[in-house]
Every structure is written in C-alpha cells, then in structure tokens.
Design a protein around this ligand. Structure first.
Ligand SMILES: Nc1ncnc2c1ncn2[C@@H]1O[C@H](COP(=O)(O)OP(=O)(O)OP(=O)(O)O)[C@@H](O)[C@H]1O
Ligand SMILES: [Mg+2]
Length: 375
C-alpha cells in the first residue's frame, strides 16, 4: 500500500486487521519503489514467525530478521525494541520514515516500508546479500580476503558519496550520527549502502540511540560529540575518517591484545604517518599489488577527517574529491587527530573532566615497539 493513500486510515485503526484490509485494497510489490505500510501478519509470515533461524543480526534498536514477502522479494525486517516512551508517536513515526523513504541514492539502503502494530514498530529494508562491512572486514581473514584494493577503494568512495548526499544535497541536511562498519551494508556486487541514516529522527530528541556500552561504537565518535554532545556534519566526517582507516587496514577501530592492551587505529595511523611509514597500515591481505600513491592518499584523507579540530576536517564532498584526486592534498597540513581514549568512562552529553576522557595523539608520540621499520 502506498504511504500517501493509507496515511489517515492507518492511524485511525492501527490494528492488524485494519492494516491487512488496507493492504488488500492495493496489493503491494508491483512497484518496488513504493513505500509500504505492512501488516504485522505479513511480516510474521515473511519471517516465519520471526524465527531464530531467520534472525540475521541484533543491534541497539532490536533484532533484524530476513524475510521473504508474498511477492518473492527478500527483505530485512528490523523489529524496534526501544521502550515506547523513547519513540515518537505512531503518526510521527510513519511521517518521519516516509521522509527518509524519499531519499534515493545508490549508496543508501532502501527503506521499503514500516509496520505499526499496537505498541510494536518495524522497519522493512531491502535485504543486502553481503551483510555488513563489519562482518566482511572485521570477521577474520577468510572474509577479508574477498576485499582487494579495488573493492576497498570502491566501498570508500560509495560511502563518501552517500554521506555527501545526506550532508549537502538533502534539504534540510541529515547528520547520520552513527557511521560505523556495521551500518555499511553491502549488496550482491559489494556496492556499499549506508543504513540507519535518520534513525535518530524517530526517537525523541533527548534520547541517544548510541549504544554507549559498545566500545567499538564509541571509537567512531568525534571528541567534541563524546564530550559535549555537540553534533554537526563534521561529527559524521570524523566517523567516516575512522571507517576509512578501517577499510584500508582491515583493523578494528579499537583492538585489544594481552601484549599491548587496548590500542586505537587512529593513534596507530598517526604514529605511522609521523614516522613516514604510512603504507604499513595497509591490510597485508591486500598483497603487494596495489597502487601505493592511492593508498597513501586514502590514509591521509582518513587522517584529515579525524582531525581534532572539527573545522580542519573537510566537508564530505571535499573529502570525496580528495579521494578521487580531484583535489590535491599534497600540500595540505595534517595535524594531530582527536582521540577518545578512555572509552568506558564516557557518558554522552555529560560534562566530565577533559583529561579523564580525551587524550590527544600528541601525548602518544613515542613509537611502540610493535611497529617495525618500513622498507
Ligand atoms: N538490510 C539488511 N540486509 C542484510 N543484513 C542486515 C540489514 N540490516 C541489518 N542487517 C544485519 O543486522 C545487523 C544488525 O543491524 P542493526 O542496524 O540493528 O545493528 P548494528 O548496526 O549492528 O548495531 P547498532 O544498533 O549498535 O547500531 C547488521 O550488523 C547486519 O549484519
Ligand atoms: Mg545498524
């Protein structure tokens, strides 16, 4: 059922029977581009009763299930398990979501529709065959081997394009807030699709959807956002920079091993840059056959995006041009990156002592013994 034609009737009767009746009036699926308000029974059928075998993931918002709709199309159904007080009302929920549906870009995941059933809320997306960048990139060598240099380059450019669209083409612009590897989905051709954009819009303003207990998520946060909750497009640029470094290196934003304890990718990239050994960051699984000049440029753009001062970070469209070499970065000064080091102590939006949260990479200048010299 098209969103526009069901809006009013949908809200006066949010029950399962009513939405099913509405859907019967106009069978969905004939035009994949339409926003559909699904009935709960449709989604239950599609996901075989939200069975454990259909579950493909779980995040801070709730569980995600693979489903097959009556017309044969394969979808991912996100069951929102946020308490109702945090969520906007039914009308706002669908209206916000329909706004997001109007955003069309090759590098954004397509939101097919939603479902409101009593207190329950669901989002329905196109299913992405290659899951998320987190799974493929950070899920061990057997996964990472699928990503050669060209694939990594294409994924980085795709994500940059998707973000530049949200930041600079959509009016009013959208700050994603949660750019990270698990929110970059990959289709059957490994084309990246930014997901969960605008999800914060369906929550009430004072509720943060960032799962503060997940260290990996916190590692993507720009220092000014982690410290004061100040959110701008440059906050996303910082997260994109971290993601770029992850894509090139195949390493997680924060890692832990017994020998060195917790270590941070941003810090490592900065140290290698200062030591003139930047290419050591490139994932060894890529092999020797990659254009070194491009790799150096990508890492430098990553470092520029994570600059401590937000105003030194490029806008997304500029970062994209730097990546494609349409803007020369040869003479661009790269200063110390911002680094949120004491991840576990962070409480978003709370005033906390500066030093307990935030250490600049300049304080970490000594080169750890783990970095061997560059040939
Ligand atoms: N459209 C989709 N197609 C295929 N898999 C998906 C799709 N959407 C989500 N997933 C899978 O479900 C997982 C959970 O997604 P979800 O967005 O709920 O949480 P997350 O992004 O991993 O974490 P968080 O909620 O902390 O941001 C993803 O990591 C991905 O593996
Ligand atoms: Mg997600």
């Amino acid at each position: 059922m098209k969103f526009s034609s069901c809006f009013s009737s949908c809200f006066s009767h949010p029950s399962e029977t009513t939405t099913t009746d509405i859907n019967k009036q106009e069978p969905q699926g004939e035009n994949d581009e339409n926003f559909t308000v699904f009935s709960y029974s449709e989604l239950r059928l599609a996901t075989r009763g939200f069975s454990a075998s259909n579950k493909i993931g779980e995040g801070a918002f709730g569980c995600v299930y693979k489903g097959v709709l009556a017309n044969g199309s394969i979808v991912a159904v996100k069951m929102l398990s946020i308490e109702l007080e945090s969520m906007r009302g039914e009308r706002e929920f669908v209206s916000e979501i329909s706004t997001l549906t109007n955003l069309k870009h090759e590098n954004l995941v397509t939101l097919k529709g939603c479902c409101v059933d009593g207190t329950r809320r669901f989002l329905v997306y196109n299913y992405m065959e290659n899951n998320s960048l987190a799974q493929i990139l950070l899920g061990g060598e057997q996964n990472r081997i699928k990503l050669g240099w060209e694939a990594r380059q294409a994924i980085s450019l795709g994500v940059a394009r998707g973000l530049a669209y949200l930041h600079e083409e959509v009016k009013p612009h959208i700050v994603h807030r949660d750019i990270k590897a698990s929110n970059i989905l990959l289709d059957q051709n490994l084309i990246p699709k930014v997901s969960d954009f605008g999800l914060s819009r369906i929550l009430r303003n004072n509720v943060s959807h960032i799962s503060t207990h997940v260290a990996g998520t916190l590692g993507y946060l720009a220092p000014e956002y982690a410290l004061s909750g100040r959110l701008t497009r440059k906050t996303d640029v910082y997260s994109f920079g971290v993601l770029l470094l992850e894509i090139i290196s195949g390493q997680a934003v924060v890692d832990f091993d017994l020998e060195h304890g917790e270590h941070y990718l941003v810090q490592k990239a900065w140290e290698l840059y200062r030591a003139n050994r930047i290419l050591q960051l490139v994932d060894p699984i890529v092999g020797m056959n990659y254009p070194e000049e491009d790799a150096v440029r990508f890492i430098k753009v990553g470092l520029l995006c994570v600059q401590e001062r937000a105003r030194l970070r490029p806008e997304m469209s500029r970062a994209l041009k730097m990546l494609t070499n349409d803007v020369d970065i040869e003479g661009v000064q790269i200063s110390q990156p911002g680094l949120v080091a004491d991840l576990m102590n962070i409480k978003l939006g709370q005033k906390t002592t500066f030093h307990s949260l935030y250490s600049k990479a300049s304080n970490l200048e000594s080169t750890p013994s783990s970095l061997s010299s560059c040939s």
